[in-house]
Ligand binder design. Structure first.
Ligand SMILES: [Zn+2]
Length: 195
């Protein structure tokens, strides 16, 4: 059900790749910190996409805080809310924000982005196990009572996948020995990714 494969997308590919590379940098920071290697950048585009500025960026922090919901997309949402504080208005902020993320948002993040009213999403590799932007569920397009948003996948896909692969080869050191090996076997068998 990969309905969001490379297709017509509004942004120039050089711009997309520029921000995807920054997201990849974040995913590498995650690896160094023994977090699942996914990173993202949220960017505000104005003036018919001619002007753009980074609003915030993050990587997964689930191990650092022992909180399984702290995926990079959720961290960015929270950072924006912290930054704008009482002036927060989802229609004014998130509707102008484009997300660049190394791996397709999982079901939790895809729906959270919908609730916040994000403008659009560009992602690197597909999330075969938990993808919420077309691979497992279509939470960005189906009408679940929240906002819909366009999502485009496959940008710098191999590079994004490579960082995740290196992370899994190294093993998630926060898991105990037994689980770590089990997980690796499972990942190898299904070639799947969890963000
Ligand atoms: Zn997620």
């Amino acid at each position: 059900m990969q309905s969001n494969q490379l297709q017509k997308y509004p942004l120039n590919e050089d711009v997309i790749n520029y921000y995807m590379k920054l997201a990849i940098e974040q995913s590498k920071i995650a690896t160094e910190k023994l977090e699942v290697a996914v990173g993202c950048v949220m960017v505000k585009f104005t003036n018919n996409d001619q002007d753009h500025e980074i609003i915030t960026q993050s990587h997964n922090k689930t191990n650092q805080y022992g909180n399984a919901t702290l995926h990079c997309e959720i961290n960015c949402i929270n950072q924006i809310l912290d930054k704008y504080g009482q002036n927060y208005d989802e229609n004014q902020i998130f509707k102008q924000i484009t997300l660049f993320v190394t791996c397709e948002p999982c079901i939790m993040c895809a729906y959270s982005l919908s609730l916040m009213g994000i403008k659009e999403v560009y992602f690197g590799c597909y999330n075969e196990k938990f993808g919420g932007n077309g691979t497992v569920l279509d939470l960005n397009t189906a009408n679940y009572g929240a906002n819909t948003y366009p999502s485009y996948g496959g940008f710098l896909e191999e590079e994004c996948q490579q960082v995740l692969k290196q992370f899994y080869e190294k093993g998630n050191l926060n898991l105990d020995e037994d689980k770590r090996h089990r997980r690796k076997k499972k990942e190898d068998k299904h070639e799947s990714i969890s963000s």
